[in-house]
Design a protein around this ligand. Structure first.
Ligand code: HEC
Ligand code: HEC
Length: 308
């Protein structure tokens, strides 16, 4: 019998399980014990911890013991326990990488040759090489020239067929080797000098003329045309067509580096321009440079098969 002083005696119905007497109340539907607590009339089953969970814990614990023995597991100072199997994902990755390199070296070796016509006419070689070239371009060049070679303000488009230094693979390879205004002894040199000494009003009129040049509406008899010939033609050519292999772009076509609207041209005239294309000869192998040269040359050709 329960003592009268038992604090649970008020809350607990007579037939609830009692820890002291061992009296159990069984739920008739499930056959489980009913918990001895009463939440304002709501009772709860006292179900046992599921066996499957117990077994899952045992199995995972045993697995972890085996894994500790077989695989790299515990840090030890600057080192770690290597496990009986001696597996190392870092080494595995390097091996895989070397295997890819070995598979590639077969065709990559062909790009050590400067005979670009031969390379470009080898269809099977192109199929193998262009996806790799695409990756190389995206890794090294796309940050400035954009993924599709479309360029952006300050970075020339490589896919439009308009070239500062020539669009043959050999010219492009040379540009890649030595860069433009780059830290290389033989680098291509291109500088648009500032014309800040020119009266602003004269610069304004000249800028209008340059805008008109780009649109094909320039008046060759206007006084600005003479200012252009006197000051600009040495680099951009009398008619502004460029192509003089000193990096001065044509001002008569739709492609621009910085922009050919009035404000941008005024900035160009005031401050000059001299942007840097890095030299790649100490970062990429000759074969990689030739591979990229073929790839970039194809970007602008109509029958381009650059992407797959
Ligand atoms: C840090 C930015 C930058 C990166 C990276 C870069 N370039 Fe350039 N590149 C330039 C700039 C700027 C110019 C134009 C220089 C000028 O205006 O005189 C240029 C010019 C060129 C030209 C000459 C275009 C012409 O009309 O003759 C080629 C070709 C070229 N880049 C190819 C590449 C390739 C291929 C890569 C990757 C290996 C690459 N560039 C990476 C900035 C970059
Ligand atoms: C010493 C040679 C030289 C002279 C002289 C020169 N330029 Fe240039 N100009 C360049 C070069 C090189 C560039 C390209 C610079 C670069 O990309 O970094 C350029 C770029 C430009 C651009 C930018 C084009 C674009 O696509 O965004 C404009 C505009 C321009 N020049 C106008 C002129 C005008 C107008 C004059 C005469 C007042 C002139 N230049 C005189 C060499 C010259």
């Amino acid at each position: 019998m329960r003592k009268q002083t038992d604090p649970r005696s008020n809350a607990t119905p007579d037939n609830a399980m009692d820890a002291h007497t061992g009296h159990r109340e069984i739920d008739p539907v499930t056959g489980h014990d009913i918990n001895d607590h009463d939440w304002n009339g709501i009772r709860e089953l006292n179900t046992p911890f599921p066996k499957i969970v117990t077994w899952a814990l045992i199995v995972t614990f045993i697995y972890s013991l085996i894994a500790w023995i077989l695989l790299p597991a515990w840090p030890v100072g600057r080192d770690y326990t290597r496990g009986v199997l001696g597996l190392d994902q870092g080494e595995m990755a390097i091996e895989k990488f070397q295997a890819i390199g070995a598979g590639r070296s077969d065709w990559m070796a062909k790009f050590a040759s400067d005979d670009f016509a031969m390379l470009q006419n080898d269809d099977q070689l192109m199929v193998q090489a262009m996806p790799a070239a695409d990756r190389l371009f995206k890794d090294n060049c796309a940050a400035c020239h954009a993924n599709d070679g479309g360029g952006g303000p300050g970075f020339p488009a490589l896919n439009d067929g308009d070239w500062l230094w020539g669009g043959d693979p050999a010219d492009i390879a040379e540009t890649l080797h030595i860069g433009i205004n780059a830290a290389n002894d033989d680098t291509r040199w291109a500088e648009m000098p500032p014309f800040d000494w020119m009266a602003r009003s004269e610069r304004m009129a000249l800028a209008d003329y340059v805008v008109a040049l780009g649109r094909g509406t320039a008046d060759g008899n206007a006084p600005e045309a003479q200012v252009f010939v006197d000051n600009c033609s040495a680099c951009h050519g009398e008619t502004g067509k460029g192509g003089m292999m000193i990096g001065a772009p044509s001002l008569t076509d739709a492609s621009v580096i910085y922009g050919q609207d009035h404000d941008t041209v005024m900035q160009t005239l005031r401050h000059g321009r001299q942007s840097v294309m890095p030299a790649w000869s100490n970062r990429l192998s000759d074969a990689e440079i030739n591979l990229l040269a073929v790839y970039v040359a194809q970007m602008s050709s109509p029958e381009a098969e650059v992407n797959e």
